[in-house]
Design a protein around this ligand. Sequence first.
Ligand code: 89Y
Length: 338
Amino acid sequence: MKKLRFAVLGTGFWANYQIPAWQELEGVELVAVYNRTRSKAETIAKRFGVPRVYDDVTELLQQEELDFVDIITDVDTHPVFVKLAAERGLDVICQKPMASSLNQAQAMVDGCRQAGVKLFIHENFRWQAPIRAVKKAIDSGVIGRPFKARVSFCSGFPVFENQPFLAELEQFILTDIGSHVLDVCRFLFGEAKSLYCLAKRVNPKIKGEDVANVLMEMESGLHCYAEMSYASILEKEAFPQTLVLVEGEKGSIWLTNDFELKVTTREGTTSEFIKPDLYSWVDMDYAVVHSSIVDCNRDILNGLRGGTSETTGEDNFRTMQLVWGSYQSAAEGRVLIL
Ligand code: 89Y
């Protein structure tokens, strides 16, 4: 099978993991990297054996013969890079969060559709092994029909040390973590029909909100509480785990700290540990996220090759509606009917 040739745009923190995750897969070839600071692109190219380096995106797109681009830049540049790639007829993968407004996200989806190219969003949390195990347990029917759930990402991890620009975002936790957590809610429980959000900033040194609580009624009737915080000093620091409690008519499923998955019915509780694959290149602080990048990329590669993929632009737009709907609900202090 012909290898798909691609370029990576953006060589910051996440490129250090997305590139080796691609290198775990057959059938793709990374031929060039771009960064506006050339030396950063050179460092990454050297580390991962990438043949060519650019500090001008247009020049890269003119010079290289590509099948797709993987955009791993900060959110502000997503619309412009997606547009440039789509205009050249290239399929596009774009890092989450898709865009810094719902209008921009809509324009990206529409633009790619009109250009006849595929758009995928690199949304990896739903690909984490423990989250997949929760989904499998729900689908097995062991707890019966789920009626209530809590999906939590609450941490005191010094996230601004690795990703300093996060402290500068006017809209922080709902875009950065909400885009993951609300996507996990959709993956596990389907679409939401209403939501109510409360948000606040606790850390005075950052610009945006670092606490958000979103209560949704899903189309199935399930009540889903998504809580996220980077101001939580807890007995057990869980970063970067998403903890999930699902209650059903016949029992409950609890994904708790250290990847422990417990299933409780009237007969008692069973427990197993769903650990992520530990590739040599993962940063142990982020292991469960970094490992899931391989599975996310594999699924997108299937989509690029003409099969299906879960995290298309259209699908992720629905997650974006929850993110931006949460801001609207918090600002207006009301339940939003979706
Ligand atoms: O940017 C975020 C992400 O995608 O996963 C965790 C993170 O690095 C910090 O919140």
